[in-house]
Design a protein around this ligand. Structure first.
Ligand code: G6Q
Length: 553
């Protein structure tokens, strides 16, 4: 009897396609080849399998592939219609099919002179109108022209949002902290856990604190709960409803909901339904970023995004960085059996980048059906995780080097540092390069023996190698480089989704939990224990929680 997976694969047009089968056949050959052999066979491999775009050097020579692999992957991209899908995205077509809307984040960073009509409206002009309002407001806060209700200058800014309305802003703030105005203290609150809010404001002065409430829909439970907590906290100290107008601004697509909350729509910065939450850090959702680094540097970041967009849109396939990055991800996960991708930035400022990418990639491509609702039939998004180097080396790298699970790695580094401390940047980057080398080439039993390692210990000291990685290297981490890096991963994610024929811009998988949480929330909140009709495990958890919870305040 065939397993469910086999049946799904049999039903899948993708798995049955000639291009896919050719890659499978090729993979059986490549599975037998070691990176040691591939490098020995081609002394130019390091240069041949590397490209550059928008300030980023992408070295994929340590991936387990050869020229034929690339040829087959590029052929797959052709037959899966990747070029047409890219064109459709840039043209503003409704490529988010299940929500019937465009996914037009590329319009957020188009230069002012460009025009792009969506439903008869020039979206580029609208984007620049919002950017101009954001810039004017940020300048007022940064120069002290915007004051709190009691006339104090704003010193603390708390961004309230979750998911796409948090992960991008916090990642960008951390990444660009070196360029930030240090007289403004930025904090981020996302979790509905009251600890997040309480710890964020415990040492703040309400008279000097401003809240940015970021929510595309302005109906998200967590964000509204935290925004109401902020409102109460602010009013408890300032004791005047009029204070809200000086201490709260909103970023949303829904002016009605913003007004209902009590924020003056004059203090609202808008965006559009064609900006997905996880693709929104360069829209008004990036208000905290602009506040921190200033409008000019925010524009540099947008220019970085745009440079990578233009490269992606126009570069020939064989030299197209996001396209190759996405195809290599397909190769690793679908043909070499890599179950996860570790993103390993050797840059402390990128400490939140893996978390940001987890949402970008796993919420976009963690799907099991195609646009038409049929089983994809092959594995989709790998599990994405990571931590900054070198910390990870003293923790989970053991598994990457010698474990039985297969992990593909993306190393990210910069040639220059904003914080030179003796020779520490050289040490950092030496570690980055060393990890890629160790993973690829390992250490053979013969090498271990030659070092005089006792026979009993030898198996523990062997590194089989042949573990693939890519290295992304840029000159320095600045707003332009960050924009280009994020755009690179956005487009790589899109390429992978296009190959699998899935809608990378919806997220129906988050709905069920939300609905159940509402029902359970009512049961936890009821004065008397209500009749419970969940499974026996959930019922028991609810009863236990009700018996042991903190008394209401
Ligand atoms: C991202 C998702 C999701 C979203 C949050 C917050 O692509 O849609 O993470 O960003 O649920 O939504 P709101 O911005 O509407 O509050």
């Amino acid at each position: 009897m065939k397993s469910a997976t086999t049946r799904a694969a049999a039903a899948s047009a993708l798995a049955a396609s000639t291009a896919w089968k050719a890659l499978q056949r090729h993979a059986t050959t490549m599975q037998r080849r070691h990176l040691r052999e591939l490098f020995a066979a081609d002394t130019q491999r390091g240069e041949r399998f590397a490209i550059e775009a928008a300030g980023w050097y992408f070295d994929f020579a340590k991936q387990r592939l050869d020229a034929r692999t690339l040829e087959l992957l590029l052929a797959l991209a052709q037959v899966r219609g990747v070029p047409e899908r890219v064109a459709a995205m840039f043209a503003g077509e409704r490529i988010n099919s299940t929500e019937d809307r465009p996914a037009l984040h590329v319009a957020l960073r188009m230069p002012r002179r460009r025009r792009l009509l969506v439903d008869g409206r020039d979206v580029v002009a609208e984007v620049h109108a919002v950017l101009a309002r954001m810039a004017a407001w940020c300048e007022r806060v940064r120069t002290g022209a915007w004051r709190g209700h009691t006339g104090e200058r704003i010193r603390h800014v708390v961004n309230i949002g979750i998911g796409g309305s948090d992960l991008g802003p916090v990642m960008a703030f951390e990444a660009l902290r070196h360029y930030a105005d240090r007289s403004l203290d930025l904090r981020f609150v996302s979790n509905v856990d009251g600890t997040d809010f309480s710890e964020a404001v415990r040492d703040l002065d309400p008279a000097r604190t401003l809240f940015i409430v970021c929510s595309k829909t302005f109906t998200t439970q967590e964000t509204l709960a935290n925004a109401h907590a902020a409102r109460r906290w602010c009013l408890a100290a300032l004791r005047d409803e009029r204070a809200i107008a000086r201490h709260f601004v909103a970023v949303s697509t829904d002016g009605g909901e913003v007004a209902r909350f009590g924020i003056d729509p004059v203090n609202m910065f808008g965006f559009w339904d064609w900006v997905g939450g996880r693709y929104s850090m360069d829209s008004a959702i990036g208000l905290s970023t602009m506040l921190a680094i200033g409008p000019a540097r925010f524009a540099d970041m947008l220019a970085g995004f745009h440079a990578m967009d233009e490269h992606f849109r126009t570069a020939p396939a064989a030299r197209n960085l996001p396209l190759l990055h996405g195809l290599i991800a397909i190769w690793n996960s679908n043909f070499l059996g890599m179950q996860s991708l570790a993103v390993l930035p050797y840059e402390q400022y990128l400490k939140r980048f893996p978390a940001y990418l987890q949402q970008l990639m796993m919420e976009s491509n963690g799907k099991r059906v195609t646009h038409a609702g049929r089983a994809v039939g092959v594995d989709t998004c790998p599990i994405v995780w990571g931590e900054p180097g070198t910390n990870g080396q003293h923790s989970f790298y053991q598994l990457i080097h010698q474990g039985t699970r297969k992990v593909a790695c993306d190393f990210i580094g910069f040639c220059a540092t904003a914080n030179p401390v003796a020779n520490q940047h050289d040490l950092l980057i030496a570690n980055l390069f060393a990890q890629g080398e160790a993973l690829a080439f390992g250490k053979t039993a013969a090498e271990v023996r030659a070092q005089g390692v006792p026979a009993a210990q030898a198996p523990h000291r062997v590194f089989e190698g042949n573990r693939p990685s890519s290295t992304l290297l840029a000159r320095r981490l600045d707003p332009h480089a960050l924009g280009a890096l994020v755009a690179l991963y956005e487009h790589s994610t899109f390429v992978q989704g296009a190959i699998w024929d899935i809608d990378s811009f919806d997220q129906w998988g988050v709905e069920l939990g939300k609905v159940l949480a509402k029902r359970i929330g009512a049961e936890l909140g009821a004065a008397r224990m209500p009749p419970l009709a969940h499974d026996s495990s959930t019922n028991a958890l609810i009863r236990r929680y009700r018996r042991q919870r903190t008394p209401r305040q």
